[in-house]
Design a protein around this ligand. Structure first.
Ligand SMILES: NC(=O)c1ccc[n+]([C@@H]2O[C@H](COP(=O)([O-])OP(=O)(O)OC[C@H]3O[C@@H](n4cnc5c(N)ncnc54)[C@H](O)[C@@H]3O)[C@@H](O)[C@H]2O)c1
Ligand SMILES: N[C@@H](CCO)C(=O)O
Ligand code: NA
Length: 430
């Protein structure tokens, strides 16, 4: 039965995502009301620039005082799409204190302060939903939190940043270098004027922290995530990857250790075989590969960013939270009961592709192989190519700990015959 009194929504931020949320709330109002069981009303829109013309939004709803809006007391749901840490954090906790549930798209804030925000939601018996924060439109948080709640997740590995996937895909398909591909991504509007958060892996690391926390029922903070950006990936790395039947992706990888006693979370560029489903994720798309005990392998794919796709995820959360308000329930909160330790990067075990510039003379290969052996790193393949009296040596290892690999590389650098370490890249997905 339809309730006639509307549920009131306060929108904080009316930028790329917020303007789309407002548009869909208006254009789909009747369907949303049917799905929720009550009409939803946009009761206020907090903005920074009130003079800007906002099509479809009643100017009477617009305010620059977000704090007053969340303190009104009659708001059922606050949608936070401002981004950043403050004032978003204070506005969200104030919203809980004044009786509202919250939908947010703010990965940076959730990765940094998720535990405190969940605690505030719980204290006030309110919902905190954030499907849009990881991989935009792709349903991921809810499947992990709810659909797979009866299973045991062992690994979550994904492409969770569209900008960097666009750049790497360009490098792969055209042979371009990093800067050239970044320039194209900027010209087409994929990369922001300051692309640091994307290309240095900060955005993906925030998403990895959120995913690992949910997947392993363990608190994982941004600082727990090992992070390497993709600015040093070269056209030569792509040529090497191709020779191995691989491509290069910036991956977020959250893993349970083999004995199940700890977890790791990391973001770095990695080679993956062309046969792996993640290798076929092109352009700015995102995809996340989940491995669990009972379900086996699952892949979630779709647009990870953009106003309208991100608003789709926000609206899905809004409907869920509104339904909870009507039934007097709250959805799942933070689940951190497993409290597994998060191991440092040195304990991650994977394969490596190492490219060395060496002197082309007898005994060099044996010397290099000895260093690997001394550090307990087993070699899978070696490829040598001569160039002007020197040689390029590409070594691919079997699985080894990151700490052993780091020790190997340090020792290799000390060899007179090793002129330089051209690149080190992990090999995943095999
Ligand atoms: N754009 C995407 O594709 C995308 C995808 C996933 C998640 N997100 C997340 O969604 C959130 C919003 O992103 P966006 O792309 O819409 O950003 P945006 O910069 O386009 O919009 C943010 C808006 O908030 C306004 N704002 C800033 N401070 C304010 C304040 N104190 N009060 C009211 N308004 C204020 C700004 O003026 C701006 O219009 C961020 O957390 C972002 O990480 C965005
Ligand atoms: N900058 C992000 C937006 C979505 O978080 C990306 O490129 O994927
Ligand atoms: Na999502």
């Amino acid at each position: 039965m339809m309730r006639t009194r509307p549920l009131k929504v306060a929108l904080l931020g009316c930028g790329v995502v917020g303007s789309e949320v407002a548009r869909i709330m208006t254009t789909h109002a009747d369907d949303l009301a049917q799905r929720i069981g009550a009409p939803v009303e946009l009761a206020g829109v907090a903005v920074r620039r009130p003079s800007k013309v906002r099509e479809g939004i009643d100017p009477g709803l617009v305010t620059t005082d977000a704090t007053a809006l969340v303190k009104r007391g009659d708001i059922d749901v606050v949608v936070e799409v401002i981004g950043g840490i403050e004032p978003a954090r204070t506005l969200i906790t104030t919203a809980f204190e004044h009786g509202a549930s919250v939908v947010s798209a703010n990965k940076a804030l959730l990765a940094q302060d998720g535990a405190a925000l969940h605690a505030a939601a719980e204290e006030h018996d309110k919902d905190l939903y954030y499907e849009a924060a990881v991989a935009g439109a792709i349903p991921l948080i809810r499947p992990l939190r709810e659909s797979l709640a009866g299973d045991k997740i062992n690994r979550v590995m994904g492409i969770v940043n569209g900008t960097t996937n666009f750049i790497l895909d360009k490098m792969d398909s055209t042979g371009a270098g990093y800067q050239e591909a970044l320039d194209e991504a900027t010209a087409l509007g994929y990369a922001e004027a300051d692309p640091t958060a994307d290309v240095e892996g900060f955005d993906a690391a925030a998403k990895a922290a959120i995913l690992a926390g949910i997947a392993f029922h363990t608190r994982v903070r941004l600082d727990d995530v090992y992070r390497e950006g993709m600015t040093e990936v070269t056209a030569a790395d792509f040529r090497s990857a191709k020779e191995m039947g691989c491509t290069i992706k910036l991956l977020a990888i959250c893993e349970r250790s083999k004995d199940g006693a700890s977890v790791t979370a990391r973001v770095h560029p990695a080679m993956i075989p062309l046969t792996h489903p993640l290798a076929s994720v092109r352009g700015a798309y995102n995809a996340v590969f989940v491995e669990s005990d009972a379900a086996g392998q699952l892949m979630f794919y779709g647009p990870g960013a953009g106003g309208s796709p991100t608003a789709s995820a926000v609206l899905g959360d809004l409907v869920a939270v509104c339904r909870n308000r009507l039934s007097g329930a709250t959805g799942p909160g933070e689940s951190a009961y497993a409290a597994l330790p998060v191991s440092p990067m040195g304990e991650v075990v994977t394969r490596y592709h190492i490219s060395l510039d060496v002197a082309d003379k007898p005994g060099v290969l044996a010397q290099v192989a000895t260093v690997f052996a001394e550090h307990g790193v087993s070699i899978d393949t070696v490829r040598q190519q001569g160039k002007d009296g020197e040689a390029s040596l590409v070594v691919v290892t079997h699985r080894a700990s990151d700490a052993s690999l780091t020790g190997t590389v340090e020792a290799l650098r000390k060899l007179d015959t090793v002129r330089g370490v051209a690149s080190i890249m992990r090999v995943e997905g095999e």
